[in-house]
Design a protein around this ligand. Structure first.
Ligand SMILES: Nc1nc2c(ncn2[C@@H]2O[C@H](COP(=O)(O)OP(=O)(O)OP(=O)(O)O)[C@@H](O)[C@H]2O)c(=O)[nH]1
Ligand SMILES: [Mg+2]
Length: 274
């Protein structure tokens, strides 16, 4: 099946259709894989396993296509020396613009190995979990801001085709949460999605639950960041921080929902390193 690629960016700031990340988008991704010669899967360097899509990787390998992993947001890792067992993987940071050139070179080297009929361009498909920095990475690879970037998951909604050089085109795609990890009802899965950035903080009904997970997964990190003594207790953290920030409801009680969302926003916008 042939897809029509849009040359302009189709995007919106409002995330209306989370479910597309499970329903419609995976179909788009399968078409991208079919049409691409090389696939670049963009992972979050902090959450390599959580942001990988092994189902889609199977499809890529099954079709004999080359797969490169870009482990992005390395600036948010306090320790850069991560053990990675993936072929063709590069640790990058769009924020610090580190190792983008190395990645571009790898794409070019692999492209040269692919034989295409005369006049046909190499297609590099970019895929990945929502909000891992796919569009940001494309902009740095091509050297101009053509792909739309947004701080909330689900920003890119269509496929966009962009030129890397005279022989290579890049396809941007919407982020997809792996089928096995997706849920809009199970609190455990919602928490994991939110921590890994796949679900925007603004889309979370019970942010306090996610903050509790966060504090148990990364003890001390939040307490240090906000300079609050909470002994690993998320309720204390929320209470103290809410009071500090003046996030109060009528009657002077701390607005826990607002405070928890505030924490998740800091987390998702990369204020907190781990
Ligand atoms: N700290 C940090 N933030 C980054 C980096 N790369 C991208 N971001 C931020 O992450 C957010 C998402 O970036 P996008 O490029 O829109 O991510 P995407 O994968 O295209 O997202 P979707 O289209 O929603 O799937 C933006 O706020 C970026 O500024 C990075 O290397 N480090
Ligand atoms: Mg995008």
């Amino acid at each position: 099946m042939r897809v029509r690629y849009s040359f302009s960016s189709r995007r919106t700031r409002h995330i209306k259709n989370m479910r597309k990340q499970r329903g419609k988008y995976p179909e788009l991704i399968l078409k991208i894989i079919q049409d691409s010669d090389i696939i670049l899967e963009v992972l979050d360097a902090r959450f390599i396993e959580e942001t990988r899509n092994t189902e889609i990787e199977e499809q890529i390998k099954g079709q004999g296509k080359k797969l490169i992993y870009a482990l992005n947001k390395s600036d948010l890792l306090l320790k850069k020396e991560k053990k990675i067992n993936l072929d063709y993987s590069i640790l990058v940071s769009c924020k610090e613009r580190s190792d983008i050139r190395k990645l571009r070179e790898l794409i070019k080297i692999l492209s040269k190995k692919i034989k295409k009929p005369f006049g046909e361009k190499i297609i590099v498909g970019i895929i990945g979990y929502p909000n891992t920095g796919k569009s940001s990475l494309i902009n740095l690879l091509i050297g101009r801001s053509s792909a739309g970037v947004g701080s909330e998951a689900g920003f890119t909604r269509g496929i966009q085709k962009l030129r890397l050089d005279e022989n290579i085109f890049i396809l941007d795609s919407p982020g997809v949460i792996p089928e096995t990890q997706y849920s809009h009802t199970e609190k455990e899965k919602i928490s994991k999605q939110t921590i890994a950035g796949g679900r925007s903080y603004s889309q979370v009904k019970d942010p306090e639950i996610v903050v509790a997970k966060l504090i148990s997964a990364y003890p001390q990190i939040l307490e240090k960041f906000y300079n609050v003594q909470a002994n690993g207790d998320s309720e204390i953290l929320i209470e103290e921080l809410g009071r500090k920030k003046g996030f109060l409801k009528k009657g002077g009680l701390v607005d826990e929902n607002r405070t928890a969302k505030y924490i998740l926003r800091d987390w998702q916008t990369g204020e907190i390193r781990i």
